[in-house]
Design a protein around this ligand. Structure first.
Ligand SMILES: Cc1cc2nc3c(=O)[nH]c(=O)nc-3n(C[C@H](O)[C@H](O)[C@H](O)COP(=O)(O)OP(=O)(O)OC[C@H]3O[C@@H](n4cnc5c(N)ncnc54)[C@H](O)[C@@H]3O)c2cc1C
Length: 451
């Protein structure tokens, strides 16, 4: 039995940083990872996908070159092998950086293998038993594959396996019209594939307000992506080299299928029941506001605790636990202002409540919207799709939420994220003097339009 001061299960976007802080403080730490350091973000999530999105955007801009008075000569073509290699390089550089950094730390031992609890303070990995008074679970999540009839008979892709492709699908069907599916749908359309999106819900990105979902659909349909919502019956069968996809009675002959129907936490093979750690019905580990589980000495960080599904929320979990355990602070997950982006192009930047949530909260809600076609920066760049919207409380003057679907929306949204974190009222922010010509310069104008 090997004795440590702390054990980390999973090297995602929270564990390694806390492990490093503890090791630097002189604690003896074991970091157990069953695949690659950096977890989903580095190896199969944000980094490779946003690199691919950038390649897809380059192809899109090149095709539109004439709109800007630029001639690129021949028809634009995409070398999928080079595109994939570029994404792999970004991943490998990040992974290598982590291997060098964490591998060089005193007091920290990296163990490659699957970890499983055999007691509340003991795990087994690679045939060795390790024990510690503090165990941090950072095991992330993986794609959910629904039991569609025939799915096992076809070579379907997931958000991870599609990253290995270095050829262009003739026709890619994307099952699932939410964040991950939509990014791949637009990316592959821009690479040159025919793309069909099938979504079970009544609209794309169903957690957003209806006006946002509808604008997202227009953006994607405008690029020639076939979008079908409200699809209830899906089945598959093989048709020679192709896949016959049947959706609500309509058959389509497609070359590839990407299943992007959500993610589930990697908590089913951890021995949590042996340790006595509680999960909810979907397998998310139950934690309190300080990310402690019901078992003293065990914490859960990142996607597996169900309090976020993003790199920044996982990293913030690290910051919260580090502040509480190492810096004598009292940080809580409930203080976090929820924000995220959807990386279609133009991107969607989001923070706080949707309009629907704000109205359901019973507050005296005021709303302001402005089309990107009235934003100077968007006009100058000939990218005027989308709109911005803010929702506020007319009585308290609090900003409740904001959306920027439009060019640089993922960056400009930080004006609202910062204001909401600082609890600035919209009446204060209306008097900010922004730089011209930017997307952010419209924020004070947008706020003056609240009604
Ligand atoms: C296609 C895609 C695109 C994304 N894009 C974005 C984006 O643009 N922005 C964003 O903020 N987020 C994005 N995300 C989400 C983001 O990747 C995750 O939220 C983020 O990685 C945080 O995860 P985590 O720290 O909880 O764990 P993860 O990063 O998932 O890491 C968990 C690690 O635990 C390991 N592990 C699991 N079980 C065990 C075990 N029993 N023993 C040992 N090791 C184990 C896994 O191998 C993995 O390495 C994307 C995700 C996907 C799939």
């Amino acid at each position: 039995m090997r004795q440590y001061d702390a054990i980390f299960i999973g090297a995602g976007q929270a564990g390694p940083f806390l492990a490093a802080r503890m090791a630097e403080n002189g604690l003896k730490v074991a970091l157990i990872e069953r695949k690659f350091l950096g977890g989903t973000c580095v190896n199969a999530g944000c980094m490779p996908t946003k690199t691919l999105v950038a390649s897809a955007r380059a192809a899109h801009v090149a095709r539109r070159a004439a709109d800007f008075g630029v001639s690129v000569g021949r028809e634009v073509s995409v070398d999928m092998s080079a595109v994939r290699k570029r994404a792999q390089t970004v991943t490998m550089d990040a992974r290598k950086g982590l291997i060098e950094w964490l591998g060089g730390l005193n007091n920290l031992t990296i163990i490659y293998g699957h970890a499983r609890f055999i007691a509340a303070d003991t795990v087994v990995a690679n045939g060795s038993e390790l024990t510690a008074p503090r165990i941090f679970i950072n095991v992330g999540a993986r794609p959910v594959i629904p039991t569609f009839p025939g799915i096992e008979d076809v070579d379907y892709l997931t958000s991870a396996s599609i990253l290995e492709m270095d050829t262009l699908p003739r026709h890619l069907a994307v099952i699932g019209g939410s964040y991950i599916g939509l990014e791949f749908a637009q990316m592959y359309r821009r690479f040159g594939s025919e793309v069909t999106v099938l979504e079970r819900g009544a609209r794309l990105a169903p957690r957003e307000d209806e006006d946002i979902s509808s604008a997202i659909r227009d953006i994607l349909a405008g690029e020639g992506i076939a979008v079908h919502t409200g699809v209830s019956e899906i089945s598959f069968s093989r048709k020679g080299e192709d896949i016959l996809l049947n959706a609500d009675g309509t058959s389509r002959d497609v070359s590839h299928v990407l299943v992007a129907t959500g993610r589930r936490p990697n908590t089913d093979d951890l021995g949590l029941e042996t340790a006595g750690v509680e999960t909810d019905a979907r397998g998310y580990i139950q934690v309190n506001d300080r990310l402690e589980t019901n078992v003293p000495g065990i914490w859960a960080l990142g996607d597996c605790n169900g309090h976020g599904a993003f790199t920044h929320t996982s990293y913030n979990d690290f910051e919260i636990v580090a502040a509480n355990l190492l810096d004598s602070e009292d940080r809580r997950v409930s203080s976090r202002v929820a924000a995220y982006a959807l990386y279609i192009d133009p991107p969607l930047g989001r923070v706080g409540m949707t309009e629907k949530e704000a109205r359901a909260s019973g507050r005296n809600v005021v709303v302001s919207t402005r089309p990107m076609s009235r934003v100077g920066r968007a006009k100058e760049r000939s990218e005027t799709l989308g709109f911005m919207k803010v929702v506020a409380d007319a009585d308290t003057k609090e900003i409740l939420g904001a959306t920027i679907l439009g060019i640089e929306g993922d960056e400009a949204i930080h004006g609202f994220i910062d204001a909401m974190t600082a609890r600035t009222t919209f009446t204060d922010l209306q008097w900010a003097v922004p730089v011209h010509p930017t997307v952010s310069e419209l924020i004070p104008t947008l706020l003056r339009g609240l009604s």
